[in-house]
Design a protein around this ligand. Structure first.
Ligand code: NAI
Length: 344
């Protein structure tokens, strides 16, 4: 089988090239993102492989279907960029449900530690032989309260790490872990009590702009906010206002609402037109990184392996463990959980 691999970067090729021959798959790497113009580059391929910022819209789905593509392989966990309703009964959509939740939780923690102790600024200073520590004071995390939103795979690991720092962890999730290992609270209590808030929930209609003017108003002065989940969980203009008013004391963002245009690309020679992004990055207490929380060697290998296994299951006409369709998500009426039946 052939895979058209969109938005390919050199680091993607390392593991896919190493593992694909073992499955007998060949890969056509395409630098650009999947669009209605370049879908045709997948002609002759049974699957397309895409990443977080490829928009798999209804139009793209119909075009891929018309040239005989059978599957979309998401080499990521989140799937808010796919129109599932349009794909139903046309294309199998498979994802990588977990590769290294440790990678993302550890990185979220790195953001928190940097923002709090300002190591990113200290690094620039000492490189310039400026050894002053003025303005670099942080706070002890020990004894403070951390609010974790979303206690799935990543959120639970994050809660464990923060507990290790001696923080009191409280969390919100509409489907809390059954083992009672984390103290769950209502969302409003989480906003009001937390010194640090870290987001680990998916992007859904309910969670879009979960950080907004109202939730920010409830937060403690000086709260530190970490988002390594999806950009649109945060209403950027409200966040900018909250930083300007000193309500928010520090922000670590690995994702950004309008990241499609910029993240993963070298735009250092361009004039950036996104004023909110530029404004955010102008604050000394805001650290923005380019969606790299997942990026460890272990995670990259696991992503390649699961992505290829997903297609292998389709080839063998077996149960598609990692398929996701709009009925699974919304109505839960596919026979997946109970009968291990494919969605269609
Ligand atoms: P998961 O599916 O294991 O956990 C998500 C949790 O969020 C679930 O427990 C779910 O019940 C909860 N949730 C759903 N709706 C919620 C709501 N309204 N409020 C609070 N919680 C809610 O997912 P996992 O693996 O922990 O990943 C979490 C998110 O992290 C993904 O959705 C993805 O967007 C993001 N991610 C970011 C990466 C990066 O490189 N920056 C890499 C991997 C994932």
């Amino acid at each position: 089988m052939k895979i058209a691999f969109y938005d390919a970067k050199p680091y993607d090729k390392v593991w896919f090239d190493a593992l694909a021959p073992g499955y007998g798959f060949s890969i056509r790497y395409i630098e650009g993102r999947l669009t209605t113009e370049n879908y045709v580059l997948a002609d002759g391929c049974e699957a397309v492989c895409v990443f977080v910022n490829d928009r798999v819209s209804e139009q793209v789905i119909d075009l891929l279907y018309s040239i005989g593509v059978q599957a979309v392989l998401l080499r990521c966990t989140g799937y808010n960029n796919v129109d599932f309703r349009a794909a139903y009964k046309k294309l199998h959509i498979m994802r990588v449900p977990a590769y290294s939740p440790y990678a993302v939780a550890e990185y979220s923690c790195a953001l928190l530690l940097s923002v709090n102790r300002k190591t990113h600024r200290a690094y620039s200073r000492t490189r310039d032989y400026n050894f002053s520590i003025n303005g670099l004071m942080g706070t002890d995390l020990h004894g403070k309260i951390a609010g974790v939103v979303g206690t799935g795979k990543i959120g639970r690991i994050m809660a464990g790490i923060l507990t290790g720092f001696g923080m009191e962890v409280i969390a919100y999730d509409p489907y809390p872990p059954a083992d009672g290992s984390i103290r769950m609270v209502g969302l409003e209590e989480l906003w009001r009590r937390s010194d640090v808030i870290s987001l680990h929930c998916p992007l859904t209609p309910e969670t879009t702009h979960i950080i907004n003017k109202d939730s920010l108003a409830m937060m403690k002065n000086g709260v530190i906010l970490i988002n390594s989940s999806r950009g649109a969980l945060v209403d950027t203009s409200s966040l900018i206002e909250a930083v300007m008013s000193r309500k928010v004391g520090g922000v670590g963002l690995d994702v950004y609402e309008e990241e499609d245009e910029y993240f993963f690309e070298d735009r250092s020679n361009d004039i950036l037109e996104d004023e909110e992004l530029v404004r955010l990055m102008s604050f000394p207490n805001v650290l923005v990184t380019s969606h790299q929380a997942f990026f460890t060697a272990e995670a990259m290998e696991a992503i390649a392996r699961t992505t290829l296994q997903n297609l292998d299951l389709l080839r063998k006409n077996e149960f598609l463990e990692n398929e996701i369709c709009y009925r699974c998500g919304k109505e839960g009426i596919c026979g997946r959980e109970t009968k291990r039946e494919n969605c269609f």
